[in-house]
Design a protein around this ligand. Structure first.
Ligand SMILES: C[S@@+](CC[C@H](N)C(=O)[O-])C[C@H]1O[C@@H](n2cnc3c(N)ncnc32)[C@H](O)[C@@H]1O
Length: 255
């Protein structure tokens, strides 16, 4: 269990500090200047999971450079971005200054967020906390931060994609299961310092319910026919994602 393991926050901040330094090609500018709300590495257009954000208090858990938050702020949400990596938040602040889209940014891991109880209507994340934070801890924090009836919406790598992904970068995702489902929790890829979290659908449901959430939907995303393979370090080829879900979006609300 995670509590017996070393803290993953420091390792993940180290990984994301390095990753931030690699993105020198205007990626933040492109993302911030694009107002369309999209999901995941294929930029799948928003399909209703983040509906009606105008006037809502919204927290993004693991906001990174905060372009997703910026898109919701454009739609009238009162957004707060939370991320533990100073370099990522520095990029977010630079983009806020460039675009004039300003909202609070809080340096903290999603496992321990220094914001008041019951202060948000929507907590969301696109590859932030759901992949990089301990699910038992960050789901409890999301429940604490939300008002009764508040919604939690998040995207992460699908369980199926994780089970089909070999350890090394040079080995592409396969059409076969290469790791067990039982016992999955923390994943340390040999070539990266960070720790990812991957759990089964049953475990997500159990943790969500244990923390007072009602599960409303699990969207198994399929990119559009025109989608292109994204040049990320954990690439899922679009041909694979057309056959199996590469990304899962969970929707839940607090009782
Ligand atoms: C892929 S980015 C997600 C942000 C944005 N949606 C994006 O696509 O760039 C992953 C972010 O998770 C953050 N992260 C790492 N550990 C975290 C933790 N314990 N809690 C919350 N966020 C964490 C990293 O600092 C990084 O900025």
């Amino acid at each position: 269990m995670s509590s017996a393991e070393p803290d993953s926050v420091a390792a993940n901040v180290a990984q994301w500090t390095a990753t931030n330094a690699e993105f020198t090609d205007g990626a933040a500018e492109r993302s911030w200047n694009d107002p369309e709300v999209k999901w995941g590495v294929f930029g799948i257009p928003e399909f209703g999971a983040l509906r009606d954000v105008n006037g809502l208090d919204v927290v993004e858990l693991g906001c990174g450079t905060a372009f997703c938050s910026a898109r919701l702020a454009r739609l009238g949400a009162r957004v707060v971005g939370v991320d533990p990596t100073p370099a990522q938040l520095a990029t977010a602040r630079r983009m806020q200054a460039l675009t004039g889209i300003e909202f609070p940014l809080v340096e903290a891991p999603a496992e321990a967020v220094p914001l008041p109880d019951a202060s948000f209507d929507l907590a969301f994340s696109d590859y932030g906390a759901p992949l990089w934070a301990d699910p038992q801890k960050w789901i409890a924090e999301a429940a604490r931060l939300l008002r009764p009836g508040g919604r939690l919406v998040f995207l992460t790598t699908s369980t199926l994609a994780h089970l089909c992904t070999p350890d090394l970068d040079e080995e592409p995702i396969t059409n076969e299961l290469v790791r067990p489902l039982f016992g999955q929790y923390r994943t340390k890829w040999p070539e990266y310092p960070g720790i990812e979290y991957h759990i089964s659908h049953g475990e997500w449901i159990r943790i969500l319910r244990d923390n007072g959430f009602v599960v409303d939907a699990l969207h198994e995303l399929r990119p559009g026919d025109d989608a292109k393979t994204h040049d990320y370090y954990f690439t899922i080829p679009v041909e694979w994602a057309h056959r199996w879900p590469g990304e899962d979006v969970w929707e839940a609300h607090l009782r």
